[in-house]
Design a protein around this ligand. Structure first.
Ligand SMILES: [Zn+2]
Length: 81
């Protein structure tokens, strides 16, 4: 288990913009009785994941990471804002 200071999914450190929430990696609605799957994650990832099953969410997370990498390459780097 990662430190609770960064998002379990996107690995951004928690701050005012990336507020820490808790997510059930295995949605409670579909996996009743699994209490150990709680992970710290930012509000953005949490709302993006919603009640998706883990495999489906990880697939979408891959697409987002690829899109971000492509955008950064097009722009020639990350802007420091
Ligand atoms: Zn996140």
């Amino acid at each position: 288990m990662k430190k609770e200071r960064e998002c379990f999914y996107c690995e951004l450190p928690f701050n005012k913009l990336t507020v820490r929430t808790w997510d059930h990696f295995y949605p409670k609605s579909k996996f009743k009785g699994l209490t150990y799957s709680r992970v710290p994650c930012c509000r953005g990832c949490n709302s993006f994941k919603r009640a998706l099953p883990p495999a489906q969410f990880l697939e979408k997370l891959e697409v987002i990471r690829e899109n971000v990498k492509t955008l950064i390459n097009i722009k020639g780097g990350l802007y420091d804002i």
